[in-house]
Design a protein around this ligand. Structure first.
Ligand code: MN
Length: 380
């Protein structure tokens, strides 16, 4: 599918809410809309792609997006790379795409608990675990879910407003050349990994604000992990993906702004249990946030053992830290850690925190959107 660009206009004095990467979590989307007090027909709502996959109910999110869109002409939904990937497998099938649809539906359902095609098959009582039957099952699915697939197929790649550009991944060209993107495949704007890192390398910035999702904002943060939207005034980019579904401590962010000014606020929801801190704790002053993509490590065999932890060295930086047992994995014979940090959060007794993971003598928690260690006592 080619890149499509559509204009978007905002009425003066209105509120714009942008949410990206819902990834099959309709319940979180519903809670987030309640949290921001979304007003149908009054607020502008932009769902910035990747409605589906990596969550329990992809079909549920598509239905919510369709309902929200038909209830208000102030709702816009844009395409994400996962949306387009599945859409093309379903409506423009090839033998190779059927292979991918088949194998990834099984692996996604195992790893993430569900997958769009599996949900569609279940809804029509069809079996998605037989490769020979797949073409005929796919055809039945496309017939039954024609409305849903037409809705996905209608989603634009880029929305351009007077002062803002909205896109799932990023804009891979200077702003003056935006229109030239319509000659290119939409994936160049959708599966644009590390958009901000790339802009830094290419010394590029925009005059409009570019609001993008796709790349969890915490991946841009080298010292302290945080899932808040990352606002980069230098690039004129706001990166809003809170890692919903992908990260165990991830969250669904809503970016909120008045289209006439440059002040952004945000809020979020997640699924983590709340606890209350009983002790004060000072913040650590020097920390590392290790994340996917830069998470090759080695085990430190001679470090003093701590029950419930591995002592590791982060290969690129040489940084040594203890990480929770179970947070190591191998891939292609190499050793990696899950997203890890040695950051110790500043905590005041009485504060609410959300619990990510416990070890025998501490806990990984979130204080707001920021992830780190808490060594104090807490109650539920
Ligand atoms: Mn994406």
């Amino acid at each position: 599918m080619q890149t499509t660009i559509r204009p978007i206009e905002f009425a003066p004095g209105s509120r714009v809410i942008v949410i990206s990467d819902i990834h099959g979590h309709p319940a979180l989307l519903q809670r987030l809309l309640t949290r921001v007090c979304y007003r149908t027909g009054v607020d502008y709502l932009i769902l910035l792609g990747d409605l589906i996959e990596k969550g329990p109910d992809s079909l549920g999110v598509i239905h919510m997006a369709m309902d929200l869109s038909s209830a208000s002409d102030r709702v816009a939904v844009t395409m994400g790379n996962n949306d387009l990937w599945r859409l093309e497998q379903l409506i423009e099938p090839t033998y190779e795409r059927d292979n991918i649809l088949f194998s990834t539906t099984q692996t996604f359902a195992r790893y993430w608990g569900s997958s769009l095609f599996a949900e569609m098959c279940r809804a029509i009582g069809a079996d998605c675990t037989d490769r020979d039957m797949l073409p005929s099952v796919r055809e039945s699915v496309c017939e039954t879910f024609a409305d849903e697939l037409n809705f996905l197929a209608s989603l634009p790649t880029v929305l351009v407003g007077e002062r803002h550009i909205f896109v799932h991944g990023g804009i891979p060209c200077p702003e003056e050349e935006l229109l030239s993107l319509t000659d290119k495949n939409a994936y160049c704007c959708l599966k644009y990994d590390n958009f901000l890192g790339d802009l830094t390398e290419r010394k590029m910035c925009f005059s409009r604000w570019v609001i993008a999702g796709h790349w969890p904002a915490t991946l841009y943060r080298a010292a302290i992990p945080s899932h808040d939207p990352l606002i980069s005034p230098i690039h004129h980019v706001v990166s809003i993906d809170g890692g919903c579904g992908l990260k165990r401590e991830g969250q669904l962010n809503a970016l909120i702004f008045d289209p006439a000014d440059d002040a952004f606020t945000s809020t979020y929801v997640d699924d983590l249990p709340l606890i209350r801190a009983l002790d004060d704790q000072p913040a650590s002053t020097d920390s590392i946030s290790i994340h996917w993509g830069d998470n090759a490590v080695s085990l430190l065999e001679n470090a003093p053992p701590r029950t419930g932890y591995h002592a590791i060295e982060h290969l690129r930086t040489g940084r040594r830290l203890y990480i929770p047992e179970g947070d190591l994995y191998t891939d292609g014979g190499e050793l990696f850690c899950q997203d890890c940090t040695d950051y110790q959060l500043p905590v005041a007794a009485g504060e609410p925190l959300s619990l990510v993971k416990t070890t025998p003598d501490a806990a990984i928690v979130k204080r707001g959107s920021v992830v780190g260690w808490y060594h104090g006592r807490y109650e539920y």
